[in-house]
Design a protein. Structure first.
Length: 242
């Protein structure tokens, strides 16, 4: 048993020595490999740099003359970028062609034609004349009167005659004064203008010369009605009232 143990220890030591030698050889062989790897990496990097340099475009020398470059530099204001637009000029651009320096003609205003006024037509109204009116009585209805309301009468002997028959100043006309015309006689109230007229300076109504009577002292009285069978009041229709 002791022999076996001895032999085991010898074998183990020999194996350890062998392994140590093998390990040392392996380490020595790996060092050149690492150097070769570093050399290979350096070569690859140099080749990549060389390749990128060869692929860059070659710079073409400028063919622009110095005078052209100077003109280009002066046309762009200092501090302006290539993309910015040129400032607008405030000067007014004149049109092509000759400029008219003549002052514009001013037209003289024409005076309007004189206004022609229409002729003024003056109508002269006839002077207010004797008024023939009407009044309603209790006995004879509406009868013809003068402007003051005094009853007017007709004289039957005037019928068919060309002029009034009661004209004597000392007799008939003193009791039956005629109604004298002044201006243009006018109808008023219920009297009709179409029946009013004149004859020998005396007012007529429906062709009858008109008279008053001295026996009537105020408006509306009819004291002369039927006197002598020849004196009568007159209706507004122009007829005698019996």
């Amino acid at each position: 048993m002791a022999g076996v143990s001895f032999h085991y220890r010898v074998a183990t030591r020999a194996l350890a020595v062998a392994c140590a030698g093998a390990l040392a050889m392996a380490c020595d062989s790996s060092t050149p490999a690492r150097g070769a790897a570093r050399h290979t990496s350096s070569s690859t990097t140099s080749a990549a740099v060389a390749g990128s340099t060869s692929n860059a475009p070659a710079t073409t020398p400028s063919t622009t003359s110095p005078a052209t470059r100077a003109a280009t530099q002066t046309s762009v204001p200092s501090g302006s970028s290539a993309g910015s637009s040129a400032p607008r000029s405030s000067a007014t651009t004149l049109p092509n062609g000759p400029v008219n320096t003549m002052a514009p003609k001013t037209s003289t205003p024409t005076a309007p034609p004189p206004t022609t006024m229409p002729p003024v037509v003056t109508t002269t109204a006839p002077p207010a004349g004797t008024v023939v009116s009407s009044l309603t009585t209790s006995s004879y209805g509406t009868v013809v009167t003068d402007g003051a309301g005094r009853t007017l009468y007709l004289y039957t002997p005037d019928d068919g005659k060309s002029s009034p028959q009661c004209t004597s100043a000392g007799g008939c006309a003193a009791t039956w004064p005629p109604l004298r015309a002044s201006g243009m006689p006018q109808a008023d109230g219920g009297a009709q203008q179409g029946l009013v007229g004149t004859e020998d300076g005396q007012v007529t109504y429906n062709g009858h010369p008109l008279y008053e009577v001295s026996g009537d002292s105020g408006p509306g009285q009819t004291n002369g009605e039927g006197a002598g069978g020849i004196w009568y009041v007159i209706s507004t229709s122009g007829n005698r009232v019996l």
